[in-house]
Design a protein around this ligand. Structure first.
Ligand SMILES: Cc1cc2nc3c(=O)[nH]c(=O)nc-3n(C[C@H](O)[C@H](O)[C@H](O)COP(=O)(O)O)c2cc1C
Length: 470
């Protein structure tokens, strides 16, 4: 297939959308997918040029493509100009350009002399660019580099100008230093590089949505945007929708004309029984998801609120608009995840309270009915009592019948007689008891006297026996 001249794709005012190189990800299947979504150029994952040239097996496993996989840039990690040029010659018939990775910040790569350490070796980078230019037999074939920035942006500008002079086709700038990981991207530095070069510049870093593409293009004036995912926007849209649903449900639960008993009868419908089996798991899962999102939002807010206005920033006020927009989005995400979490807990509590209120209402209605019954019974007893009292005191005789009166009087007389006879019996038995007591005293005295006599007789008998023996 004929080579696409990548340089023709960079037109003034137009943004070229590039799928960034990603080890393990930006392989053929991934590239085929992203090409369906307005992606203009795709990068392969980084391939180590020296290993690539060492064996056919390495080439087959590291580089796969097909006819539809164009325009394609093959990215290499290299520290030797000839190894890079050889690799470029191998892939040139199947691609539209090679890219030298001067931005990988991983420790192993830097230690081996690959990646971001190359931004401090402009002569070597120039040499590698020249070797590819001279040895690939296709003038339309592009040679590009992907770099990270220096703390002192003048050094990066100097590097870029040198490689531009050596014939590099375009430069991708990841707007962070080799030490930075998730800090905000220095778009002001990308702009400074773009302003100092006449070749196309592609901005890279922290580009997550189409809106980011537009705002960064406006901010830096670059020719292309190198991005790799959209997931945040979808994720936060889902959280915001969830928050609105929560607010809606809570408003309905608070409607004053729906009683707690009515809600309870709704909660007891059969459909809820099926949901109830999973309700605890669902509740906990939602809490975990919302906490994770909340912490993610906190991290983003901290990331952007720590950004200070630098010297270059003052020269580029748009940069701060962009950072403030990022901060605003992060704060918005913080609020929606925080409120979602809060309302989720409130909703559970409200449902529990409504259930309790309904149960209490039913119990208090039953108690009230019981109290009324008890009241009526007490009233009736009081009336009966009154009647009895009157009957006993012989008050208003007309209310009690004469027969009842007679029976009662007879009973009283009978009881009085029984009481008298019992008193007599008690007195008689007391007298008998005293007589028995006296008799017992006399018997005791008699017994003592007999004992004494018996003792004396025994003594006498013993004395007479003694005399006989003598
Ligand atoms: C999983 C993964 C693999 C990557 N592999 C490469 C690579 O092979 N070559 C390269 O130049 N950059 C690579 N990068 C960096 C990306 O191309 C891009 O510069 C970076 O993700 C942009 O920063 P951001 O994550 O803040 O948006 C990789 C990034 C990730 C997340």
């Amino acid at each position: 297939m004929a080579t696409t001249n990548i340089m023709d794709m960079f037109e003034p005012g137009k943004v070229v959308r590039v799928c960034a190189p990603m080890v393990r990800y930006s392989k053929l299947a991934f590239r085929t997918l992203v090409r369906k979504y307005d992606c203009d150029i795709c990068f392969t994952p980084m391939i180590i040029a020296a290993d690539f040239m060492r064996s056919v097996k390495a080439r087959d496993s590291e580089f796969t493509t097909n006819k539809a996989d164009r325009p394609l840039i093959v990215q290499f990690a290299a520290k030797d100009a000839q190894a890079l040029a050889d690799s470029a010659c191998v892939v040139a018939p199947f691609s539209d350009g090679v890219d030298l990775n001067c931005g990988c910040p991983q420790r192993w790569a830097m230690a081996e002399g690959y990646g971001a350490c190359l931004i401090n070796k402009p002569e070597l980078v120039k040499d590698m660019v020249r070797h590819v230019r001279n040895q690939v037999d296709n003038p339309c074939y592009s040679v590009s580099i992907k770099i990270r920035i220096h703390k002192d942006i003048r050094k990066t500008v100097d590097l870029c100008q040198k490689v531009e002079a050596a014939g590099v086709s375009w430069v991708t700038v990841h707007g962070r230093t080799a030490d930075e990981r998730h800090q905000p991207v220095h778009y002001d530095a990308i702009k400074a590089i773009k302003d100092s070069l006449s070749i196309p510049v592609i901005a890279n870093g922290d580009i997550k949505s189409s809106r980011d593409v537009e705002s960064i293009h406006e901010l830096t004036g670059v020719d292309g945007i190198n991005a790799f995912d959209h997931k945040m926007t979808l994720q936060w849209t889902a959280v915001a929708s969830f928050l609105y649903v929560e607010i809606g449900v809570l408003l309905i639960l608070c409607l004053p004309f729906i009683s707690a008993q009515r809600w309870q009868s709704i909660f007891r419908l059969n459909i809820w029984n099926k949901v109830a089996q999973f309700s605890n798991k669902l509740f906990l899962t939602m809490i975990i998801i919302l906490i994770v999102l909340f912490l993610d939002a906190v991290r983003e807010v901290r990331k952007y609120s720590g950004t200070e206005r630098s010297k270059e920033g003052k020269l580029h006020p748009n940069m701060f608009d962009h950072l403030h927009m990022k901060l605003f989005r992060a704060q918005r995400n913080l609020y929606i995840s925080g409120f979602s979490l809060f309302l989720w807990l409130v909703m559970r509590r409200v449902i529990t309270l409504i259930n309790q209120l309904a149960t209490e209402a039913i119990t208090s209605a039953a108690l009230q009915a019981q109290c009324e019954n008890a009241n009526q019974a007490a009233k009736k007893y009081m009336e009966d009592n009154e009647l009895l009292k009157q009957a006993l005191h012989g008050g208003e005789g007309e209310k009690v019948s004469a027969e009842d009166n007679k029976v009662l009087k007879k009973e009283v007389e009978k009881l009085t007689e029984e009481l008298k006879s019992s008193e007599d019996a008690l007195r008689t038995s007391k007298l008998e008891l005293e007589a028995v007591k006296r008799q017992a005293d006399n018997l005791t005295k008699e017994y003592d006297r007999l004992l004494r006599e018996h003792q004396e007789l025994q003594n006498l008998h013993a004395a007479s026996e003694e005399k006989k023996d003598k």
